[in-house]
Design a protein around this ligand. Structure first.
Ligand SMILES: Nc1ncnc2c1ncn2[C@@H]1O[C@H](COP(=O)(O)OP(=O)(O)O)[C@@H](O)[C@H]1O
Ligand code: SF4
Ligand SMILES: [Mg+2]
Length: 386
């Protein structure tokens, strides 16, 4: 039993294929891609006036390239509003992309008509942040999980048949550490952690290959977060799942990921294997985010770099490097014009799997970080910005 009254995850009937190693070749290329994304954009119109004319554009996702290997956990981090959810939803075709290509299991799904998306819906699932909002309070668990099964029922799986469906629902509940007999209960009868387990069961019941986990523990009590994270890790191994794990919390991501991408204002600014990103971050934004993560050992003093101001509006992203309005490295280098004039592209550094979008990533060193932190402390920028 766990703190939230649930059982520990038990093996379920399904297609357990075991853990799949993360497929990065020595040159940093993904060996067995499950998902390949290039030039992905999602822009939302801003409508105004009585006639609801388009008066602007929110560049929520603005040119993202990434590849996710089969069996890995690829995490996406960044401050609120930087486009993480929009990217996740676009990959699943829950929202139609504005531009770009999404290839899933070798098939280009970006241009597929909505009517042809049914098989994709089964293979790609999502777990939402809010286990309260994402579960219909008037539905018992059997229907909450069963409705997805009905939508995907065919002769092979037999999910049209109530008995087969109930069996599948029960098996999935056990897989996420809940009791089979919970099927007749309603969402309000469960704790937050249990509700998130139901959300996970709903995704898992369809036997997917790929799950977008959109801040799955952010709304939960700190005491049960690790239980849900452990469950996700166990399920990934047991069912050979691939995750896109979205979070604004870098400490959560370190524990669960194989690779991590950092997003800022609709673009990826850094991407690396988890151990490389945490031991040797190269983008000034990542370095600042990591400097704010509390150290587990109170004796270790970290150098705090404070990001000045708020994230600019994605409707009017800054020119050149989008991060230039808040960049401590740019200040250290005497505000070079290139940061404002030229947009940096993601480029491979050492090792080749480590990609960074900063013109001056080579200038990042212990010296520049210390000097920036000391200057912030001296000028009181840290205090002013909270
Ligand atoms: N349906 C929508 N219509 C207009 N703007 C949207 C819509 N969904 C998201 N946005 C905007 O896109 C930007 C990115 O949002 P989101 O993807 O939710 O970021 P995150 O998940 O990183 O917090 C935000 O400025 C948000 O207000
Ligand atoms: S390109 Fe310039 S503004 Fe952008 S992160 Fe690098 S130093 Fe900072
Ligand atoms: Mg979000």
């Amino acid at each position: 039993m766990t703190d939230d009254g649930t059982q520990t995850a038990a093996p379920a009937a399904g297609t357990a294929i075991g853990a799949v190693p993360v497929g990065l070749a020595p040159n940093g290329q993904v060996r067995e891609p499950l998902l390949e994304v290039s030039g992905l954009k999602k822009h939302f119109p801003i409508l105004g006036g009585i006639l609801r004319h388009r008066v602007g554009t929110v560049f929520a996702v603005d040119g993202v390239d990434l590849t996710i290997a089969r069996g890995e956990t690829f995490s996406l981090v960044g401050e609120s509003g930087c486009g993480k959810t929009t990217l996740g939803r676009s990959l699943l075709r829950l929202t139609p992309p504005t531009a770009g290509r999404i290839v899933f299991e070798g098939v280009d799904v970006s241009a597929m008509k909505t009517a042809d998306l049914k098989p994709l819906r089964q293979k790609m699932q999502i777990i939402f942040q809010d286990p309260f909002g994402s579960l219909n309070p008037r539905m018992p668990v059997s229907d909450l999980i069963g409705e997805g099964l009905i939508a995907q029922a065919n002769k092979e799986n037999g999910w049209k048949d109530r008995k087969v469906r109930d069996q599948r629902v029960g098996d999935t509940l056990e897989a996420v550490g809940l009791r089979r007999e919970y099927t007749r209960r309603y969402p309000h009868e469960f704790s937050g952690g249990q509700r998130q387990r139901i959300g996970i069961a709903r995704a898992l019941a369809l036997n997917p290959d790929f799950i977008v986990c959109d801040e799955p523990v952010s709304a939960l009590d700190v005491s049960i977060r690790s239980q849900i994270l452990n469950l996700l890790v166990d399920l990934r191994h047991e069912f050979g799942l691939t995750y896109l794990f979205i979070s604004h919390d870098l400490s959560v991501v370190e524990y669960i990921s194989d690779r991590v991408a950092v997003m800022y204002l609709g673009k990826l600014v850094e991407e690396a294997k988890v151990e490389d990103l945490y031991s040797a971050p190269k983008h000034p934004y990542t370095i600042a985010l990591l400097s704010a993560v509390p150290q587990p050992d109170p004796r270790v003093k970290s150098q705090r770099l404070v990001l000045k101001g708020d994230v600019p509006s994605p409707a009017a992203p800054p020119s050149g490097c989008r991060f230039h309005t808040r960049c401590w490295l740019r200040e250290q280098l005497g505000n070079p014009a290139r940061c404002v004039a030229e947009e940096p592209q993601l480029r491979a550094l050492e090792p080749a799997s480590h990609r960074v979008a900063c013109h001056f990533a080579d200038e990042v060193s212990a010296r520049t970080v210390t000097s920036a932190a000391e200057e912030q402390a001296r000028t009181g920028a840290a205090i002013a910005a909270g």
